[in-house]
Design a protein. Structure first.
Length: 267
């Protein structure tokens, strides 16, 4: 039987590319969106799910199980960007970002675990970010939420070992998606002490996304992970320098690495 896959945030960007690729490979794929009615022409079904609303998570999982009788792979892809000086980002926006990038994935995982435990098998892939390996200026909240999900996966893997349920992270670098249009960014305030450096950094961040890699690269990476018998704790997918920046953080003294980041962002 074909494996059944649930992809949160499957209507655009990385989620859409992964869903279409896996569909072509013969998987039974279900994607999700907060506004599923807008994606009736999708190459795979898009169900209504908001990771910040647990009732929609439970309903979607039940819908899939009622129809397919199994759920083999969860790809926790739904996420939200956020930029701004930490001092100036409203607390409500910080909490909302963690609700989407951290607490949401936890609740989706909790919803699928009973079925995977019943099957004595399952694979959960958490889409994090290379940004989650370092505190980036004016993206500190995003880095923190994705970094938290990275650590959570490390703990989860050990807790799930007895049930033959695998879990891994895949951390993308910059990909050409619409994440910039959907993220919260603190406004550039005329009287802000951060106006100049934040404005310049925001322009640099946007250019990185605009010139990012093809999301199909992520689709191929996810497919390769699915085919791996015993996935690693984490995978990094992106340009060489983005992946190498993680290696450098392990190798360099912390202040040297900090200076390197500041030079990159011209701070």
């Amino acid at each position: 039987m074909s494996k059944v896959v649930l992809i949160t945030g499957g209507s655009s960007g990385i989620g859409k590319s992964v869903g279409e690729f896996l569909t072509e490979k013969g998987f039974v794929v279900y994607g999700t969106s907060r506004n599923s009615e807008k994606y009736k022409d999708s190459k795979f079904p898009i169900l209504t799910l908001d990771v910040k609303k647990n009732d929609t998570i439970l309903k979607t999982v039940k819908t899939i199980l009622d129809k397919e009788g199994q759920l083999d792979i969860l790809i926790n892809n739904a996420g939200a960007g956020i930029t701004g000086p930490i001092e100036e980002i409203p607390e409500a926006e910080i909490k909302a970002n963690f609700d989407t990038n951290f607490f949401g994935p936890i609740n989706v995982i909790k919803a699928v675990l009973p079925q995977m435990r019943k099957q004595n098998s399952g694979l959960i892939i958490n889409v994090t970010s290379i940004a989650g390996y370092m505190g980036l200026p004016y993206r500190g909240i995003y880095s923190a939420s994705k970094g938290a999900l990275e650590l959570l996966t490390e703990a989860f893997r050990m807790e799930l070992k007895d049930f033959n349920i695998k879990m891994t992270n895949v951390a993308p670098g910059d990909f050409a998606t619409n994440i910039a249009s959907g993220r919260y960014h603190a406004p550039l305030l005329d009287n802000s002490p951060y106006k100049k450096p934040y404005g310049e950094t925001l322009s640099l961040i946007n250019s990185h996304v605009d010139n990012g890699s093809d999301p199909n690269v992520m689709a191929q990476a996810v497919f390769k992970i699915i085919q791996t018998k015993d996935p690693k704790v984490s995978y990094k997918v992106g340009e060489f320098l983005q992946k190498f920046s993680i290696v450098l953080k392990r190798m360099l003294p912390s202040k040297v690495y900090e200076k390197m980041l500041m030079k990159h962002y011209k701070l």
